[in-house]
Ligand binder design. Structure first.
Ligand SMILES: CC(C)(COP(=O)(O)OP(=O)(O)OC[C@H]1O[C@@H](n2cnc3c(N)ncnc32)[C@H](O)[C@@H]1OP(=O)(O)O)[C@@H](O)C(=O)NCCC(=O)NCCS
Length: 197
């Protein structure tokens, strides 16, 4: 079963083959590569990456759609490339703690920045991950000079737990307590899930 999650400003949809060319274009931008600590991939490697995202049970990704850019009605299962503006990911890759997820967000389209889309996407992904995978803590690794991202995660209650001198990167954490969970649900009061086979 595949699922999309709709909020007030964004719809999170699965990363589909049709999204790859635009995603690959974004990842040619050196600023984006640096901010997301990514390596450039060829188009073919990006197609392989899209398949690996759908098969790896330790990763979950969604493409972020800006609802203001969706042409016509939103159709679950349709890639809506016209509205894709970024992505949000989690990795459950801590062998000592499988219920810990590292979270990443990117709003690549400049015209869609500063509208609260990153904040809503991260909150929605956290609610999804708590409900689907029982995640009890989120980590975010952020370059020390990435003020926008540091502000974003601090605003949501993440706090610094470590700093890597080598990578010039801080790790922030948000433990999911009962009260954080309640707050997340209040913030994302009108989140709707659309599922299809
Ligand atoms: C960081 C990023 C995801 C923010 O996306 P966005 O949709 O513009 O962010 P939002 O509109 O949801 O902003 C939410 C909060 O983040 C912070 N923020 C966002 N952009 C900011 C900026 N340019 N400068 C300072 N703070 C900023 C603010 O606290 C803001 O809250 P406010 O509007 O009440 O001040 C986006 O700039 C981006 O994708 N950058 C490149 C990739 C990247 O750095 N990803 C993070 C890697 S860990």
């Amino acid at each position: 079963m595949k699922a999309s999650v709709e909020g007030e400003k964004v719809i999170l949809v699965p990363y589909m083959r049709e999204h790859v060319p635009k995603y690959h274009d974004w990842m040619q931008d050196p600023t984006i590569l640096e901010a997301t600590a990514s390596e450039p991939l060829t188009l073919e490697q990006e197609y392989d990456m899209q398949v690996s995202w759908t098969q790896d049970s330790l990763k979950q990704t969604f493409i972020v759609l800006d609802k203001e850019l969706v042409m016509g009605d939103f159709i679950p299962g349709n890639p809506h490339i016209e509205a894709m503006v970024g992505d949000v990911n989690i990795y459950m890759n801590d062998l000592d703690d499988p219920q810990m997820a590292e979270i990443e967000i990117m709003i690549a389209e400049l015209k869609s920045r500063g509208k609260g889309l990153a904040q809503e996407s991260v909150l929605m992904m956290m609610v999804f991950a708590v409900e689907k995978f029982g995640i009890h803590a989120f980590h975010a690794k952020i370059g020390e000079s990435n003020k926008a991202s540091l502000n974003l995660f601090h605003k949501m209650g993440f706090q610094k737990i470590s700093y890597s001198e080598i990578f010039k990167e801080v790790t922030l954490e948000l433990p999911i307590t009962e009260s954080t969970c309640e707050k997340l649900h209040q913030l994302i009061g009108n989140m709707v899930t659309h599922s299809w086979p």
